[in-house]
Design a protein around this ligand. Structure first.
Ligand code: NAG
Ligand code: NAG
Length: 81
């Protein structure tokens, strides 16, 4: 309920002050790949996003639309939080 109100307010703010509140679409692509890392004598696979672990930080403002295209190159199903 509250979230809907906030969305509505942001939407109205975007309509009224398009220059003040910049609402935009942000597109990101995640390439999810399994990578072996060696730490001490141990090598183990970790899931990386765009060759990074932890994954990349997404930047967005209130009212932005964030579109993430996730390409899973890992042979099992996974979820992204
Ligand atoms: C990671 O190591 C495993 C086992 O040693 C190997 O089968 C696999 O191909 C390696 N993967 C990569 C991405 O290097
Ligand atoms: C991944 O998820 C899909 C859809 O839920 C399912 O059909 C498939 O069997 C799963 N694959 C594995 C390797 O768990």
């Amino acid at each position: 309920m509250e979230l809907t109100w906030i969305k509505l307010l942001v939407f109205m703010a975007c309509l009224s002050f398009p220059l003040m509140v910049e609402c935009r679409d942000r597109h990101y692509k995640f390439d999810v790949v399994l990578k072996n890392i060696s730490r001490l004598c141990d090598t183990k696979p970790i899931v990386t996003v765009n060759k990074q672990f932890p994954g990349p930080t997404l930047y967005a403002r209130e009212g932005d639309r964030v579109l993430v295209k996730v390409v899973n190159h890992v042979k099992y199903n996974l979820s992204i939080h």
